[in-house]
Structures are given as C-alpha cells and as structure tokens.
Design a protein around this ligand. Structure first.
Ligand SMILES: Nc1ncnc2c1ncn2[C@@H]1O[C@H](COP(=O)(O)OP(=O)(O)OP(=O)(O)O)[C@@H](O)[C@H]1O
Ligand SMILES: [Mg+2]
Length: 284
C-alpha cells in the first residue's frame, strides 16, 4: 500500500517568548507529523509547551514578543509563508479549532446561529437560507438538543457542555481536514466531559478528519488518539502508537506522567472486556 503523505508536517519547530530581559524556550525543535484521518494526542504537564505548538500551527502567536523557527507544512503548503488572508482561509475552514474555554469559540454579542451562518457564508459563499440549513444540520450532527432554539441562543446562555458541543458543531460545519483541540474538556464537569469525548470520537470516525488533541487527561487521549506525543520542557520526549506509549513507556518522564493518573477504576472500566487498564488508563 502506498504510504500517505502527511497532512501536517511540523519540522524542528521552536517557539521562544521574550519576557523582559529573559527568554522562555517554550518549544524546542519539535518535529512530528499527522496523516490524513489520524488522531494524535499531545500530552505533558502544565507549561511544557503544548498550547504554543497549537498556536504556532494556527498562526496565533504574537509576532512582537515571539521568535519562531522551523517549518510547518499543511497539505504540502508552508504555513509560515501565509499572509493574513492566507491564515484566514486556513483557520476555521481547513484547520478547525476547539479551545479549553467553550465561550472563546463565540463572540458574546451575536447568537450561536448568527455566527455559524456568517462563518458558512464567508467560507463557502452560501446564500443565507442554505447556510442556516447547514448550521442546523451541524448542530443536529453533534447531538444538540433543541437545535432550532440553540441557533437563537448566545454562548453564555448555554451550559459549558452544550457550548462546547456548539463549538464542535461550528467546527464540523466548516468541514476542516484537521482539527486542533486544546484541552477541549478541561473546563467541563465529568459528565459533560464524558459526553463530549463520546461525540468527538463518534464524529471523528464518521467524518474521518485528522486531529491533534492536547490534554492533561491521559484517558481522553487513550480513548481518541492513534499516536501519542509526550512533551516536557518544550521538548518532545517520546512518540509512538498510543497503546505502546501508555502500556510500555520508553521514557521515565512518560512513566511519571502515567503514575500521576488518579487510580479511579470504575465499574465501566472493569466491564471493558476488550480493553485493559494500566496505571488507571483504559488502553485502546
Ligand atoms: N505569551 C507568552 N509570553 C511569555 N511566556 C509564555 C507565553 N505563553 C506561554 N508562555 C510560557 O511558555 C511555556 C509554555 O507554555 P504553554 O502555554 O505552551 O504550555 P502548555 O503545555 O500549554 O501548558 P498548560 O497545560 O498549562 O496549558 C510556559 O513556560 C509559559 O509560561
Ligand atoms: Mg495549554
């Protein structure tokens, strides 16, 4: 079988922030790639540089205090050669984003529906009626209860879980080839977390987009990711197939991360006949 070209190719990426007289090496020569349809998990403790990697991929780093080196290719195109209009065509449309705070995906002064319709019209040049239909279809696809009503809601009127689901619908409506999800469940309660992960897994399988999922939650990563990257102090310490990395970590830091997972073995985990539990993580 012919090997698929990577959709995203991050080569020797370094990100440094100038903070007064000091410089923070947030990302230090990090290289990895994501193939079409592949889900890659990026894990590591707070401050290890995970969000800086995501922001570099989206061109969201502040030019004034940031030095970026390396190269990021998306679909064969060098993202660092994009001008602002190039980035606007990539962000949202070709690379979708889900952030930790669900409200940050929406403008507080417009309804969820108005924003979805506007994004659809802008990216696909659709008539209003068709954009509205597609927005509603996307809300239904993510299992949103009462989607017609939600179209008229502002983000702050929704619960965190519903708001994150609406953010996922907004992403899905634009049909990106790659989705970056930076701590998508971190601000949600445990039930809303479980629901969102379920929908994310379901929709990813159905649509087949590639995804970079950043999380502290190794169970979330084990559930979603084919490959795992382990970051520490700006460096990539380990990468490999999810099951291999989590069941048989090669780097002592990965073992340390695994040891830090709370040992909460639930009835649900015990009844997972086709899964095994190691270090409190349900292996894929
Ligand atoms: N805009 C900025 N200016 C200066 N330093 C920054 C900036 N953004 C991040 N940093 C620093 O860069 C390092 C990496 O931060 P980053 O947010 O990428 O880590 P992270 O792995 O996403 O952490 P978390 O899990 O807490 O979200 C940290 O030391 C952080 O303090
Ligand atoms: Mg972060």
């Amino acid at each position: 079988m012919k090997k698929m070209n990577p959709l995203l190719n991050v080569k020797q990426l370094s990100v440094r922030y100038a903070t007064g007289a000091d410089e923070v090496r947030a990302v230090d020569e990090v290289s990895f790639s994501i193939r079409p349809g592949e889900v890659v998990g990026l894990v590591g403790e707070s401050g290890s540089g995970k969000s800086s990697v995501a922001q570099a991929i989206l061109g969201l780093l502040d030019q004034h205090n940031t030095t970026i080196a390396g190269r990021i290719e998306f679909d064969g195109e060098n993202l660092f050669s994009c001008d602002e209009s190039g980035w606007n065509a990539v962000r949202g449309r070709r690379i979708g984003m889900i952030f930790q705070s669900p409200e940050s995906s929406f403008n507080p002064v417009a309804t969820v529906g108005a924003q979805m319709v506007e994004a659809l019209r802008w990216h696909f040049k659709l008539a209003k009626v068709e954009a509205r239909q597609r927005a509603l279809a996307a809300l239904r696809e993510v299992g949103m209860p009462r989607p017609e009503e939600v179209m008229h809601n502002y983000a702050f009127e929704l619960s965190g879980g519903m708001c994150q689901r609406a953010a996922l619908a907004l992403v899905m409506a634009l049909q990106p080839a790659l989705v970056l999800a930076d701590e998508p469940t971190a601000s949600l309660d445990v039930l809303a977390q479980a629901e969102l992960v379920q929908w994310l897994a379901l929709i990813q399988k159905k649509r087949g987009f590639a995804m970079l999922v950043i999380s502290h939650d190794l169970n979330l990563v084990a559930r979603l990711a084919d490959q795992v990257l382990v970051m520490h102090g700006g460096r990539l310490l380990e990468k490999g197939a999810t099951r291999r990395v989590l069941a048989n970590p090669q780097h002592p830091y990965t073992e340390q991360l695994l040891r830090a997972v709370p040992r909460l073995i639930t009835a649900d985990m015990r009844t997972h006949n086709d899964h095994s539990v190691k270090n409190g993580v349900v292996l894929p």
